[in-house]
Design a binder for this molecule. Structure first.
Ligand code: ATP
Ligand code: MG
Length: 249
């Protein structure tokens, strides 16, 4: 039987200019988990995201050592298009992806491009899941920032990938909107999606994620269940990571 999940085995990555962003990272992200990645600025989080959808090594120049497998498929040997059927990524700024006239068209864009079937159902279900159904016909540029974030999540949902990766989804949201986005992710997780989120706000991770990886200067220094990962307050303080508190809901 194929083992499911994403495995990084001894990953090191150095950008073309000589900056080493990741060093000997070994991680297993189990299918069905709600996986949180945190660490200070420049610790390698976005580089890790680029590995998860194949941008590294296929589009970003640099030297990659080690292997990454998604349900035992080695990303070195498959295109970004192929990997995007497994792993959907919501990048930090949802405004980067907006290029269509209506919200509905925006969500349909990816599935049409990938020649997936049942476009109408995909778009309907994705917009319903994020609570944007009544905005179907509006210009996405007129949405609020939080709504654009939800639209970006809908675009990934419409692709139907089992893995959803988000790079700092709360970064530009007010606190209530950030909690709403995480409540939405929790619902998707309950329906079987594997959620992988890069997040500075450790309160959100503490309240929603089941497993945590802490990166520091490109190294994975903690990879454990959430309770355990955040238990060493002295180490967290040393790395400038906020000691988390559970969110009251
Ligand atoms: N395209 C690039 N070329 C060269 N170096 C890069 C490139 N992208 C990132 N880096 C470097 O790699 C290291 C890790 O960067 P990365 O963007 O992965 O960090 P991060 O943890 O996502 O930080 P942040 O919290 O600020 O988003 C940093 O030293 C950064 O300067
Ligand atoms: Mg980043």
């Amino acid at each position: 039987m194929k083992s499911s999940g994403i495995s990084l085995h001894n990953i090191s990555f150095t950008y073309r200019d000589g900056t080493t962003a990741l060093q000997e990272v070994t991680l297993n992200i189990h299918r069905g988990s709600f996986f949180g990645i945190t660490g200070s600025n420049g610790s390698g989080k976005t580089t890790l995201v680029q590995l998860l959808n194949g941008l590294i090594p296929h589009h970003v120049e640099g030297a990659l050592m080690g292997n990454i497998t998604i349900d035992e498929i080695n990303t070195r040997h498959h295109s970004v298009g192929f990997i995007s059927r497994q792993v959907g990524v919501v990048f930090q700024n949802p405004e980067w992806m907006i290029c269509n006239l209506t919200v509905e068209e925006e969500v349909a864009f990816g599935p049409k491009n990938m020649k997936l079937g049942e476009i109408e159902d995909r778009v309907h279900d994705a917009l319903e899941a994020v609570g944007l159904k009544e905005k179907s016909h509006v210009d996405p540029n007129t949405l609020s920032f939080g709504q654009k974030q939800k639209l970006a999540i809908a675009c990934v949902l419409a692709m139907g990938t089992p893995y959803i990766v988000l790079d700092e989804p709360s970064a530009m949201l007010d606190y209530q909107s950030a909690v709403h986005v995480y409540e939405l992710l929790q619902k998707l997780h309950a329906k079987g999606k594997t959620i992988i989120t890069v997040e500075h706000d450790t309160d959100l991770l503490f309240s929603f994620a089941d497993t945590i990886c802490i990166l520091n200067e490109g190294k994975c220094i903690v990879n454990d269940n959430t309770q355990q990962a955040f238990s060493n307050h002295v180490m967290l303080k040393k790395m400038g990571i906020k000691i988390p508190r559970r969110i009251e809901r």
